[in-house]
Write a protein that binds this ligand. Structure first.
Ligand SMILES: Cc1ncc(C[n+]2csc(CCOP(=O)(O)OP(=O)(O)O)c2C)c(N)n1
Ligand SMILES: [Mg+2]
Length: 898
């Protein structure tokens, strides 16, 4: 075979090993893939062949690594790992070669090279790292792996500790199996090494300075983690509130979704551990954990993630199957969402429920291949070798702390029982499970090894089991909680926010303060040449401050944020293109037309109020709904005093994050008692933009409303948004707030407020007809922008007998306020609910009972709106207009039989 063009024909002349080294590993890899026709002739060629062989092991050694405890599959043919592939022969084995960058070797025989490579790359740890483009990261890993050569240098003390933790893991499962017969627990058996693994992760992180570790995981082994890692008492998991207890309105959740937080001791000091509550939706907790970690990091000013570390566990099937993993990884290094890298752990039991055939589960070789998109290294490790596991952990944690990047540990194991304990795995995996049934546990295998090594006697091994069993039988925790004041220090004191009632609070800001803030947000600290259209926005805001123009949405919203920052609260807003605003209205970041961003070419007025203000963060997010919204939920649940806002580009796209809405935002408090003050801004309104840019699916949010879980509002005036955003923080409760936010209203001349509207009053759940026509015989109620269409038509048609009022808060439904409004129209005989959404959508069916509750005796509300429709809106402007005309007529003039 001839060398590729870029290689000199005789690379060794003139010390050209170094020359070879400078070529990228990728280039060498592609050369490697070429077939080798004949024997390598001459010593130069043989030397090149040796270097190529070394490189091949770095890329492909993992394929021959002994990772699977069950040894079900033959390793795939990998001729690139055989010297013959490069034309090297038996005779070359004893010859000495230069080994290039093979760590710590220099010149040695080919036989020695092979031995070193096989022990480094083909033992119980298989590493994938050659996809990393950064040379420093790659070299760092190379050194670690090649220096160890599969010998992990584990001390006798650590060996005993590893066995003890394996024993705890196994004994707990056996104990639960007999104590709580027939109860689903999603046993960890087959993957017991997870417990010593997590122990090592926590203490290694502590050694690097971690003060908090936040974990997320699904069902598998969760009870084991709660007991063995978090120190939860077993009985506390199985306690249930008495049936029908009126003080327990919460739904609660199954025990394998329980979160917990505690402080644990490590040799390097105490660590606060939090395990996030999770729903069944396996991978969705991943971005939630990242958000919670980011909030904690922000609170500590921990920019690089030294003190707070996310540890995220995955199942093999879920990791490779669910799209939210890709979204979460994609955001993991971006400015607004990074954590300084997460430690990912895969409980790779080689099966998902009943599905394990490689031809069905994924299209990649490894379940971890998605990690490569962010160039994370992957350490695959045989779960039957706890020492290899400990080595993988040390390497992974040190890597994370050195480079602040994600890292994956793929714990290759098996699942001893069915998916849950009632499941019969032999029904679908007979061969796999026959093997498993004959396979001794990791504890038994490791105990045998330690007895053979003379580290422990069999009696001592048995004592470990007995001691654990005794503790469990006496109800003692397997990991006693630590007496620290950590919880007080790092806890978030949510107690002050708990409460069912959602009282109205004063949210007005004194005029003088508004004026001061208005000055700050319209003043440039340094010279910036704005785009003329942005300059116009700024000029207009200055005139709004002076009272020369009415207050628009952009100014009112910015003042709301300014007033909260002024009081020391932090404000965090993320969404696609949120800094400017999809509709060119927000302009929270000003761009100099002459300078690059990096050369202070941007100015964020809300960061420059005064020295004691809160932090303002506005993020143009990556194009993700699910992961980003989940992240913000996680953030908001860990930052009660920060106003956290997520904005959809158009409200229509929020359904890409439906899991977050269903499983966390609307039900998290009922299931887990988790409070959250997250705000969703969802642009909504039927303006002829077609089926996909009209509806944030108001009806879906309303359907999810119960037990005071969330708030759903449709503000139609800038001052309403101002008070609503402020109320979210000023009020002593925390409830998610869903806002159907404006699009065309942003520029509607009638949709403005005055400065006085901000310096007095509060959010009004119902806005009466400003004309309050007391003689009205017909009352039309609506929500949102259609009010302006109705009002314009009413005026144009001279329908003085019609009153049109707005319901601005749809949940909790303001029955008292609405009754009061309706009482103002004693002559009304016709009551109409008008909406622009089709009948099966919008607020109609979800609020009808409230409306009729409020209607005067003997009256009920009639519907005026589009007929039920499959698609939210028409794509034809003419049809859109005709439908609008029809619904206006129905609302204002069509007679209804009562
Ligand atoms: C999003 C989602 N889809 C489907 C399920 C149902 N389900 C529960 S566990 C499971 C298999 C998960 O396999 P894996 O991720 O490998 O975890 P393991 O149970 O093997 O530990 C499935 C399909 C679920 N919980 N969540
Ligand atoms: Mg699995």
């Amino acid at each position: 075979m001839s060398a590729p063009d870029w290689l000199p024909t005789s690379p060794l002349h003139g010390g050209n090993v170094a020359y070879l080294e400078q070529f990228s590993d990728e280039a060498l890899a592609s050369w490697l893939a070429q077939p080798v026709p004949g024997a390598a002739a001459g010593s130069d060629a043989a030397q090149i062949a040796v270097l190529r062989l070394i490189n091949a092991y770095r890329y492909l050694g993992v394929r021959k690594a002994e990772l699977d405890p069950l040894q079900r599959f033959e390793p795939p043919p990998t001729p690139e790992l055989d010297p013959e592939h490069y034309g090297l022969t038996e005779a070359d084995l004893a010859r000495e070669f230069d080994t290039g960058s093979l760590f710590g070797v220099g010149r040695t025989t080919l036989a020695d090279v092979l031995r070193r490579l096989r022990s480094a790359y083909c033992g119980h740890v298989g590493v994938e790292y050659m996809h990393i483009t950064d040379v420093a990261r790659k070299r760092w890993l190379q050194e670690r792996i090649e220096a160890a050569q599969g010998r992990f240098g584990v001390s006798a003390d650590l060996k005993k500790q590893l066995l003890k933790r394996l024993t705890d893991a196994e004994t707990l499962e056996k104990f639960l199996h007999t104590r709580h017969v027939g109860q689903k627990r999603f046993s960890l058996e087959g993957g017991e090494s997870l417990i010593p693994l997590l122990d090592q992760v926590i203490s290694r992180c502590a050694r690097h300075g971690a003060k908090e570790v936040v974990m997320g995981m699904a069902h598998r082994g969760r009870i084991n983690v709660l007991v063995n890692i978090m120190g939860r008492a077993v009985d506390s998991l199985y306690e249930e509130p008495a049936n029908g207890d009126p003080d327990t309105p919460l739904s609660g959740d199954v025990k394998y979704h329980q979160g917990f937080s505690t402080d644990v001791a490590t040799p390097y000091g105490p660590v606060h551990l939090a395990l996030a509550f999770n729903p069944s939706h396996l991978e969705i907790v991943h971005p939630v954990v990242r958000g919670s970690v980011r909030a904690r990091q922000d609170r500590r000013g921990d920019v690089l993630g030294y003190e707070v570390v996310p540890v995220i566990l995955h199942g093999d099937a879920a990791l490779s199957g669910q799209g939210v993993v890709m979204e979460s990884l994609n955001m993991s290094q971006t400015r607004g969402f990074r954590n300084g890298g997460a430690i990912h752990i895969v409980i790779n039991n080689q099966i998902g429920f009943t599905t394990s055939d490689p031809r069905d589960v994924r299209s990649t070789l490894y379940c971890t291949d998605v990690a490569k998109m962010v160039e994370a290294p992957v350490l695959h490790v045989n779960g039957d070798d706890p020492e290899a596991v400990a080595f993988a952990v040390q390497t992974a944690v040190d890597f994370r702390y050195t480079f602040h990047k994600n890292v994956f540990i793929d714990l290759v194991c098996y699942r001893r029982h069915g998916h849950n304990e009632q499941d019969e795995p032999l029904a679908t995996q007979p061969l796999m499970y026959r093997r498993i049934n004959a396979h001794p546990s990791a504890r038994v295998l490791y105990a045998q090894r330690l007895v053979e090594e003379g580290v422990l006697t069999q009696a001592q091994v048995d004592d470990l089991v007995d001691a654990c069993r005794t503790r469990l039988e006496h109800g003692e925790p397997l990991r006693p909680p630590l007496e620290t004041d950590f919880k007080e220090t790092y806890g978030m004191n949510w107690g002050r926010f708990r409460g069912k009632a959602v009282p109205e609070v004063p949210t007005a800001v004194p005029a003088a303060r508004l004026d001061f803030l208005g000055e700050r947000i319209t003043t440039l600290a340094h010279e910036i040449e704005l785009h003329p259209r942005v300059q116009k926005v700024l000029d207009d805001r200055r005139r709004m401050r002076a009272g020369e123009l009415p207050v628009d949405w952009g100014y009112a919203e910015t003042l709301a944020y300014a007033s909260l920052l002024d009081a020391g609260h932090n404000v965090r807003i993320s969404g696609q293109d949120s800094a400017r605003g999809t509709f060119f209205h927000r302009h929270a970041v000003w761009h100099d037309q002459k300078r690059e961003r990096r050369q202070s070419g941007v100015y964020v007025p809300l960061e420059h109020l005064h020295d004691r203000q809160g932090d303002f963060t506005i993020i143009d997010s990556l194009l993700s709904e699910e992961a980003v919204l989940a992240f913000e939920y996680g953030y908001a649940t860990a930052a009660p005093d920060t106003l956290v806002v997520w904005e959809a580009q158009f409200g229509d796209f929020v359904n890409g994050a439906q899991v977050v809405i269903d499983q966390f935002i609307t039900s998290g408090e009922a299931k887990w008692g988790r409070l959250c003050g997250l705000v969703l801004l969802l642009p909504h309104g039927f303006e002829g933009q077609g089926p996909e840019h009209s509806s944030a699916r108001l009806e879906r949010f309303l359907q999810l409303c119960a037990q005071d879980n969330i708030q759903v509002c449709v503000p139609t005036l800038p001052a309403q948004l101002f008070h609503l955003l402020r109320r979210q923080i000023v009020r002593p409760t925390r409830k998610p707030l869903v806002i159907m936010s404006p699009k065309s209203l942003l520029r509607h001349p009638a949709s403005t407020s005055s400065l006085a509207d901000l310096s007095s009053g509060a959010f009004s759940p119902v806005i009466d007809d400003p004309r309050a026509p007391q003689q009205a015989t017909r009352v039309v109620l609506c929500s949102g922008r259609v009010w302006f269409d109705l009002e314009a038509a009413r005026a144009a048609r001279g329908l003085d007998g019609v009153a049109i009022a707005r319901v601005e808060q749809l949940y909790p439904f303001p029955e008292d306020a609405l009754r009061e409004t309706l009482n103002g129209y004693p002559h009304a005989a016709t009551f109409v609910w008008a909406q622009e959404e089709p009948m099966n959508q919008g607020a109609w069916f979800q609020t009808l009972h409230h409306l009729n509750h409020c209607a005067p005796a003997g009256h009920r509300f009639h519907y005026a709106g589009r007929p039920a429709a499959a698609a939210p809106a028409s794509g034809y402007v003419s049809r859109h207009r005709a439908e609008l005309e029809a619904l206006i007529g129905d609302a204002l003039e069509t007679p209804y039989e009562n």
